[in-house]
Design a protein around this ligand. Structure first.
Ligand SMILES: [Mn+2]
Length: 358
């Protein structure tokens, strides 16, 4: 198991690559989609009127040259880019919506996957969702009043429809006022995923890239009047069984799985790690389950992190583990401090597991 750090687009700097190395990481997972900028910081979307902003297509950041430059820079600082997390909404909205541009968009995504493979990037995380990560409030819910994300379905208009021109909390074109995205069934959503996997996985296999699906966050059965895909741990199996390919993998989010109303995290870890289906892991802790939960520090939630990481180790998990979101520590660099705290804790657990084996 390799330790990594996730970095948003505006954080792809030499200093942050150095930071990753300094806190014990060998790998990084990068975001190239433009949902969080330096100015906006971490934005939350909790109603039908506010989103992350405009998503643009054909950004040169997705080119082979750009990926190779980033990979070279990372290696110079002693880390390696293992994965890219998420497509830009503007590059694949019609694949999700089954619209007329899906054919040209799948060609764009295929090229992005080929570029990633050629740049030595092994994994590509994606979240096959209309509503995306939506409905989290930021409140002082973690230890010592640390600001963190929390979800309470009773506090929200959870069926607030998604305006036309918007997907994944981003605007890809000017929408028609008063119009909303089409209502579809869960079966239709699964059919669209199947189409996407049939088109993309042969290319991913050839490029040596794993497609890694993030489960729904929050894992509600429906959100914003749209169906969700993987909102119970067992639904991951349905994704695996949909298309048999060594590139059909999972971005296993411990927090989201723990928040699900059925099953349990440890069984899910065991099942998917033993099938060698986990490409990379999001590690974070949480108190509660849908419809009400709080994201908390890595050592204070419902997940026994020691037990969880032991299962990954016992099942010979060879991919990367990164901290997911963390509560913000009160100091001059709250994001970095939160990550350093989570990584230090995870590293200690991994070292303790090593010692156990001696
Ligand atoms: Mn996650």
């Amino acid at each position: 198991m390799k330790l990594g750090l996730g970095l948003y687009k505006h954080m792809l700097t030499r200093d942050n690559f150095k930071f990753a190395k300094q806190v014990g990481c060998s790998h990084i997972i990068i975001h190239l989609a433009d949902y969080y900028s330096q100015e906006k910081g971490v934005v939350t979307a909790t109603d039908e009127n506010n989103n992350y902003g405009l998503s643009t297509t054909s950004d040169p950041i997705w080119s082979l040259e750009s990926m190779q430059t980033l990979q070279a820079m990372a290696k110079e600082e002693g880390v390696e880019i293992y994965g890219i997390e998420n497509f830009s909404p503007a590059d694949w909205y019609d694949i999700l919506l089954d619209g007329p541009k899906k054919y040209e968009q799948i060609d764009t995504l295929k090229q992005i996957i080929r570029n990633a493979g050629a740049a030595g990037i092994r994994s590509f995380g994606y979240n096959f969702s209309f509503a995306g990560v939506w409905g989290h409030q930021r409140r002082t819910v973690a230890r010592g009043g640390a600001v963190s994300a929390c979800f309470n379905a009773h506090d929200l208009a959870i069926d607030a429809p998604i305006p036309d021109g918007e997907i994944w909390n981003m605007t890809y074109r000017e929408g028609n006022p008063g119009k909303f995205i089409e209502e579809i069934t869960s079966e239709m959503l699964w059919d669209r995923l199947a189409w996407f996997l049939r088109k993309i996985l042969p290319v991913a296999e050839e490029a040596g890239v794993e497609l890694a699906l993030h489960p729904d966050d929050p894992p509600m059965p429906s959100l914003r009047n749209t169906p969700r895909l993987v909102y119970q741990p067992s639904l991951y199996q349905k994704v695996i069984d949909l298309y048999d390919s060594p590139s059909n993998k999972l971005e296993f989010c411990m927090g989201s799985i723990q928040e699900m109303s059925e099953g349990n995290l440890y069984d899910a870890l065991k099942s998917y790690a033993s099938q060698n289906r986990i490409s990379y892991v999001h590690a974070r802790n949480v108190k509660g389950k849908v419809p009400v939960y709080d994201e908390v520090f890595i050592d204070e939630g419902d997940i026994d992190m020691f037990k969880a990481l032991r299962i990954l180790k016992q099942n010979n998990f060879q991919g990367v583990l990164i901290p997911d979101h963390t509560p913000e520590l009160i100091c001059g660099a709250s994001w970095h401090a939160g990550m350093a705290y989570a990584l230090g804790y995870i590293r200690a657990v991994l070292q303790a597991l090593e010692m156990e084996e001696r």
